[in-house]
Each structure stands twice: as C-alpha cells, then as structure tokens.
Design a protein around this ligand. Structure first.
Ligand SMILES: Nc1ncnc2c1ncn2[C@@H]1O[C@H](COP(=O)(O)OP(=O)(O)OP(=O)(O)O)[C@@H](O)[C@H]1O
Ligand SMILES: [Mg+2]
Length: 503
C-alpha cells in the first residue's frame, strides 16, 4: 500500500499556512506567510482578498517544495479559514469589489443596533443561534451593498458573488472565472447570520430584513465532501473539506463526543463545546453554531464562547506599547513577579464578545498604583486571557449543564506555560495540550481525508490524538474566587465607554 498524504490550507486572520500531513496525522511540511492588516479608521479592519489568494498560492508551493512532493501525490486538499470575514467579488472578472471586511471590524455596530431596534439584540437568535453583533458576515455584506456605489444593482443582476474566505478560496482553486464552484460549508454559513440552524439553508426572511439579495450567495454544502477539482498548481487534487478555523480545531482535537470541548488561543480565543445532534440555545451569552457535518450525515452542533482579543493583547503589548520585543518575552517578564500587583487589563478593543456582546465596551487598565510595574502588567495581559476563558466556561455550564472536567487547548499562546498554569488554576480543572498543536489545519485535513477515503472514520482519527503536556490546578479556591471578583469589577469599568454605539 502506498502512503497517502493530505494537504490543508489554514487561511487565518494574521497569516496563511499550508501543512501536508501523512496518514498517521503527522506533519510532513509547513509553510506560512503573513498578509497586511489594513486599519482605515478606529475600529475598522480590512484585508486585501487578492493578496490573501496570492499568499495562499505561495504557501501551497512552499509546503510542496519543503516536502519534496508533487501535487499529484496529494489525495485531497482541505480548507479552513478565519471566519465571518466577508468578500464580495465580480463573477465576470474575479476581482473583489472592495477590501474584505474582517470579523473584528466594528463598522456595522450602528446597522446592528438599527436591526435590533424593535425586537432587540436577539431578533435572529432563534433562527441563527447568534445575537446581533458587528462580528457576523450578513451585516458586513449589507454594508458593502449600501456603500460601494452601484453595487446593489449589480448584485441584484447576479453579477456579484458573496463569500467568506472559504468560498473565495474554493472558487479560485477550482477555476475562478473559468468554472470556479461557488459554495460554502455549513460551519462558515452558520456565522453569516443568514442561515437557519435547523434547515441549514439561507433564511429568506432574514435576507429580506437585512436586504441581502439571494443571488449573491453560495450554495451551502457539508464540511466534508468533494466540492470540485483544483486547477493550476494543484491540478487534479480534490478540494474536499471546508470548516471555519474554530470548528476545524474541534475536529482536529477529536472532540467528536457530546460534552467534549477545546479552547484555541490565537488572535482571540474560542471555546467550543460539542453538544451533539441538536442545537442548544444559549441564555448566558454564548452562541449556537454548527460544529461540523460530514457528507450526508447529520450535523453536529456546538455552543461557542467567542473572545475577540487574547493573543492580540500580547501583540499590542509588544508592538503598540513596546514593553517586550518578542511574544515569548512576556513569559519571562511576567515570571519576574509573583502576582499582578492588583492590576487588571480588560482588552475590549472591539467591544466585548461572549458572554457580554457589548459594542459600547472599550479597553481599560484598572487597579493601578505606584507599586505596579511593567512586569505586573505583563501578568495582567496573560491573566486577561484566562479570566475571559473562565467567564465563558461558567456560561457553558449555565447553558448546557455540562461541567468541563478537562480542557483541551491549542493555538499559539499555549506555548506559554505560565499562562496555561494560570488557566488551569482559575478553571480548577486540568488543561491538556496535544502533540500536534496545529489542530486547525489537522481538522481540515481530517475532514478532507474522510471525504476521499484516506481515513475510515472518526474512531481512526480519535486514535491519532496524543497528549503532550498537562497542567493541573494549584490555586486555592479562596484566592481564586477573590481574584475572579476583581476581574468582574474591572469588566464593569469597561462597559458603556463608547457611547455612540451604546444607545
Ligand atoms: N509565548 C507567547 N506567549 C503569549 N502569547 C503568545 C506567545 N507566542 C505567540 N503568542 C500569541 O499567539 C498568537 C498567535 O497564535 P496562532 O499562531 O495560533 O494564531 P494564528 O492562528 O496565526 O491566528 P489567526 O488564526 O487568528 O491568524 C499571537 O496573537 C501571539 O501574540
Ligand atoms: Mg489560527
């Protein structure tokens, strides 16, 4: 039997990666490139979708070269992507009509407030699992249709295509203007606020309310099936999976059983709990989302706690404040003191997501005295990640009754041992990191391999999962709950700052 290989593209917020995996789920080669972050105004964040496509092509070529492989040695290609980021492009020329609006962008806050003016922020929650918030794609598409001159008429004539990044990549990979397929998967579609969670189809009443013409939308497909065959450098390779990055991490962490959960620490952090075959509505500020759907099998749903800023706070501490030169220096600096010196940082840079959903919140540093040093602030930066995670875990318990007994973790921040220890301490449960920490790519590769017969099923994938490090809680309950109370007081102080959107 000849060994089979699967490639995955992870098109993230800050960079694109391509990883080639072997049949044991081990990494054969990785290539990665960053793309530009465009900040036209405070609160606005854009990407150039054309640049993203060229970076993706470059990392595919890079990974193949590092592996010493040709495209025809790949059994399948999987796609995973930053979610909600919205591209509209011209079907005839293949050119984007505007920069992509990134998930962190807050320009649609006023539109969302207007949509919820009568029925409130939960107007579409029953149908979509989501509160009205600038985070999601539908309002971003509506904003573009209203603000790019002439675009709405072209969209209504069927000349314009909408896509999250998965759709944009699949369309380009499969031929673009020359027969490219225009599809999305259920996980990405579940972040548009335009898809009904039960039927897994576009919801015509929401399309009407948001004034989004159906003619622009891709076809919604499962997360693991052959959508088409690649052309160009990957000619002949089946494009066989698409999953939003957080759902891909669920899949790569082998969270296939109801009640299993993972937290991924990248730009932001996203804790997803597998709730099985039924969508569980949230009353505690989480969102309900599709976890994955393999071919014609039933969908699996998740409860999600989305935290907008965690690793990005470390980047801010490094690049905007200049208090450290590299991300890993934060651990040394934080370890030079015993505690946070009373300081707390609430990084509400794009408002607060779960469990608050407050677009009027802005970042604050509280508890400052002359005693506080940059080392205390370094601790406060790291602790902001664990406390935000604690709030989401508490909300999970309230909504689902599932008490998380261990937390599987992954993502760039999990190299930070001080942070992972603090995370275990404030949750009071063990935190476990797997050997392959690139779970996002791995999940996309797994789904593509399932769709093409590289792997037989979930049991085989589950057997690949291996523990690398485990952190066990060491903090006493008393101090833990006192500090949690301080954190919540700090959060209170971040609310109601940006008054314009708070109305
Ligand atoms: N030693 C460290 N301690 C704390 N945070 C770190 C450390 N090293 C990296 N980070 C943070 O991890 C994040 C990068 O993680 P990762 O590579 O998983 O993100 P990513 O997948 O590129 O993000 P995205 O998918 O959002 O583009 C950065 O925000 C960075 O600040
Ligand atoms: Mg990522």
């Amino acid at each position: 039997m000849t060994e089979k290989f699967v490639a995955a593209i992870d098109q993230g917020t800050t960079s694109s990666r391509c990883i080639i995996f072997d049949q044991a789920g081990a990494i054969v080669a990785v290539d990665q490139r960053e793309h530009r972050q465009i900040f036209p105004k405070p609160g606005w964040v854009e990407h150039d979708a054309t640049e993203i496509w060229s970076k993706v092509q470059a990392v595919v070529a890079g990974a193949l070269a590092k592996a010493g492989m040709r495209a025809d040695q790949l059994s399948a290609l999987g796609i995973t992507n930053q979610r909600e980021t919205t591209v509209l492009w011209d079907r005839a020329t293949g050119k984007p009509v505007h920069n992509a609006i990134v998930w962190q962008d807050t320009r649609t806050s006023a539109l969302c407030a207007q949509l919820g003016a009568e029925d409130g922020q939960d107007r579409f929650r029953n149908a979509t699992g989501l509160p009205l918030a600038s985070y999601f794609s539908g309002p971003k598409a509506a904003w573009l249709l209203d603000n790019v001159p002439g675009l709405r008429a072209r969209a209504e004539r069927g000349e314009i295509a909408f896509g999250t990044i998965d759709s944009w990549l699949i369309w380009n990979l499969t031929g673009a203007t020359d027969g490219g397929v225009h599809v999305t998967d259920v996980t990405n579609a579940s972040r548009t606020m335009l898809m009904n969670l039960e039927t897994l189809q576009w919801d015509s009443s929401i399309l009407a309310a948001m004034n989004v013409p159906e003619a622009i939308l891709p076809e919604i497909r499962s997360s693991a099936e052959v959508y088409g065959t690649a052309v160009g450098q990957l000619a002949g390779v089946p494009v066989a999976s698409a999953l939003g990055d957080q759902q891909a991490a669920v899949f790569g962490q082998a969270c296939y059983d109801t009640g299993t959960a993972k937290n991924t620490y990248g730009t932001g952090s996203f804790l997803l709990l597998n709730t099985g075959g039924r969508p569980v509505p949230s009353k505690s500020g989480l969102i309900t989302t599709v976890g994955y759907k393999i071919g014609d099998q039933a969908p699996v749903y998740c409860l999600e706690g989305s935290i907008a800023i965690t690793g990005a706070l470390v980047q801010w501490f490094r690049d905007q404040l200049g208090l450290i030169r590299s991300s890993d220096e934060i651990e040394t600096l934080a370890a030079s003191v015993e505690d946070n010196g009373g300081a707390y940082i609430v990084p509400a840079f794009s408002g607060l997501f779960a469990p608050y959903w407050r677009s009027d919140a802005r970042g604050v540093i509280t508890g400052l005295t002359r005693y506080v040093t940059k080392a205390h602030l370094a601790r406060a930066v790291l602790e902001a990640t664990s406390w935000q995670t604690r709030e989401v875990v508490d909300a999970m318990y309230q909504d689902s009754g599932v008490r998380i007994t261990t937390l599987k973790v992954d993502g760039g921040m999990t190299v930070n041992r001080l942070l992972m220890q603090h995370q275990a301490d404030v949750l009071g449960v063990p935190v476990i990191r797997p050997k392959v920490s690139e779970t996002t790519c791995l999940g996309a590769a797994y789904a593509a391999g399932l769709a093409t017969g590289v792997w037989s099923g979930l049991d085989e994938l589950k057997a690949h999962w291996q523990r690398d490090v485990e952190w066990v809680p060491e903090m006493e309950a008393g101090p833990r709950e006192r500090e949690y109370e301080n954190w919540r007081k700090a959060v209170e102080r971040s609310l109601g700052w940006h008054e314009e959107d708070g109305a």
